[in-house]
Design a protein around this ligand. Structure first.
Ligand SMILES: Nc1ncnc2c1ncn2[C@@H]1O[C@H](COP(=O)(O)OP(=O)(O)OP(=O)(O)O)[C@@H](O)[C@H]1O
Length: 377
C-alpha cells in the first residue's frame, strides 16, 4: 500500500508570506511542553517535556500508542486546551500566553482541524458545499462569486466536486473526510491539524484520503500535522514522529532516490530524537534487550557515543568500549557490519539508508558488540 514519497515542492511561499512571523521560524514549535491533569487528587502527566519542531510546508505524522499524549498535544495546538508549562508556538502565536480574543482569532484564521468523527467535522443537515460555505462565513473569508469559486476549487482539489449538493449522510466515509478537509481549508489556514483523520476508514480508503492530504500539502503548501495511532500512516508522509509517554522519542524520515540501475526506490531511516539539552530516549527494545536500568556508562568515540549497561557485573567499562569500537571503525569495514542487530544499537554519523523498512541508523544492518548500544552525533 505504500507508494514512493514524492520530493518536496518548494511551494510554501504563499503560507510563509501570510504567516505573521519570520520566514525562518517553524510553524509548530513545542519546547519542553508539559500538561498535567489532576483528577480526584491524582496527577497524570500527559505530556512530559515534549519537543517538536515542524517547519513551514511540512507534512508530519505524530504516531503513538493509546495514552501516549497525542490528543493532549493536538488539543493544545488547536487552542482548545492550555499546557501546564513549556513553550507551544504555532505560526507566531504563543499558545500559553494568548488571551481569549487572540485565541478566537487563532482558531478562525490560523489553524484548520480535521477530527476523526464526521459528526464533529460536518453539519448533517447541510450539503458539502454549504458546510464549506459555513466555515468561510465563520472565518469571514470571501463573499459572493469569489466564495462560490473557492468552494468549487476546494471540492475539486479533494476530488469531491460531485458531492457538492449532497449531505454527509449521502456520502461514503472517505468522501465525508475529503469534504471535512475542504471545510478545514475554508479559512485558508497556515497550519492544518488532523486527529486520526482515517480512524474510521478501511485501509484502501485511508490510503486515498492520506494521498489527498498529501496533495493538499504539496499544492497549497499548508503545513500539516496528522496525529494517529496507526503506524502505517508513516508510509505516506516524509516525516513521522513517534510519541511515547508524553515525549517525542524517534523519527522516521522517508525519501526517494534513484538507484544505480536508474530505478526510483523508497528510503526510510529511523532516528532517535535528541532534545536541545542533549537528552534522548533509547528505544524500548534496546533497553529491554540489554537489560539497561537505573544508569548507563557512556563513552565518547571519535564519531559516535557508546552506551553500556551500568549495573554491577555489567561489562565492559568505557575503556573496553573503545577497543570494541576500534574494531567497528576498522578502515574499510563499516561499523554496521559488525555485531548482532537484535542486541545492540548504533546510530552513526553517516547512517546507512535502507530500502522500504525503517532502519535505526546502522543498527538494522548490524551493530558492533552485542552488549551495548551506540549513539552517534
Ligand atoms: N482530561 C483529562 N483528565 C485526566 N487525565 C487525562 C485527561 N486527558 C487525558 N488524560 C490522560 O493523559 C494521558 C494521555 O492521554 P491522551 O488522550 O492525550 O492520549 P492519546 O495518545 O491521545 O490516546 P488515545 O489514542 O487512546 O486517544 C492518558 O493517561 C490519559 O488518561
Amino acid at each position: 500500500m505504500s507508494d514512493p514519497i514524492s520530493q518536496p515542492r518548494e511551494a510554501n511561499a504563499p503560507q510563509e508570506a501570510r504567516a505573521p512571523h519570520g520566514p525562518s521560524e517553524p510553524h509548530i514549535l513545542c519546547t519542553d511542553l508539559v500538561r498535567i491533569f489532576s483528577a480526584d487528587g491524582v496527577e497524570v502527566q500527559a505530556l512530559q517535556g515534549l519537543n517538536l519542531r515542524i517547519d513551514p510546508g511540512e507534512l508530519v505524522a505524530v504516531v503513538g500508542a493509546s495514552g501516549s499524549g497525542k490528543s493532549t498535544l493536538l488539543t493544545i495546538l488547536s487552542g482548545l486546551d492550555t499546557a501546564t508549562a513549556g513553550v507551544a508556538r504555532v505560526a507566531g502565536h504563543d499558545l500559553l500566553a494568548m488571551g481569549a480574543r487572540e485565541r478566537v482569532r487563532y482558531q478562525r484564521h490560523t489553524v484548520g482541524f480535521v477530527w476523526q468523527q464526521t459528526s464533529r467535522n460536518l453539519l448533517p443537515y447541510l450539503t458539502a458545499g454549504e458546510n464549506v460555505a459555513l466555515a468561510m462565513n465563520v472565518a469571514r473569508t470571501r463573499r459572493g462569486a469569489a466564495r462560490e469559486q473557492r468552494i468549487a476549487e476546494l471540492l475539486d482539489l479533494l476530488e469531491v466536486s460531485d458531492a457538492a449538493d449532497r449531505r454527509p449522510g449521502e456520502l461514503s466515509g472517505g468522501q465525508q473526510q475529503r469534504v471535512a478537509i475542504a471545510v478545514a481549508l475554508a479559512n485558508d489556514p497556515t497550519v492544518l491539524l488532523a486527529d486520526e483523520p482515517t480512524g474510521e476508514l478501511d485501509e484502501a480508503t485511508s490510503v486515498s484520503v492520506l494521498q489527498a492530504m498529501r496533495g493538499v500539502n504539496e499544492q497549497l503548501g499548508v503545513t500539516m500535522l496528522i496525529v494517529t495511532h496507526d503506524p502505517s500512516v508513516s508510509e505516506h508522509v516524509r516525516r513521522t514522529v513517534q510519541i511515547r509517554d508524553g515525549r517525542t522519542s524517534t523519527e522516521v524520515l522517508r525519501s526517494t532516490r534513484v538507484d544505480a540501475a536508474g530505478a526510483i526506490e523508497a528510503v526510510a531511516e529511523e532516528f532517535a530524537v535528541l532534545d536541545r539539552v542533549g537528552r534522548l530516549q533509547l528505544p524500548q527494545e534496546f533497553v529491554t534487550g540489554l537489560a539497561l536500568r537505573d544508569r548507563v556508562r557512556l563513552a565518547l568515540e571519535p564519531d559516535h557515543v557508546s552506551v553500556w549497561p551500568g549495573h554491577d557485573g555489567a561489562a565492559p567499562r568505557p575503556a573496553a568500549s573503545a577497543e570494541v569500537t576500534e574494531s567497528v571503525a576498522e578502515p574499510g569495514a563499516p561499523a554496521a557490519e559488525v555485531g548482532e542487530p537484535a542486541e545492540s544499537a548504533v546510530a552513526g554519523s553517516e547512517p546507512t539508508p535502507a530500502r522500504d523498512a525503517p532502519q535505526r541508523g546502522r543498527h538494522a544492518a548490524g551493530g558492533p558488540a552485542p552488549d551495548h548500544a551506540e549513539e552517534a552525533p
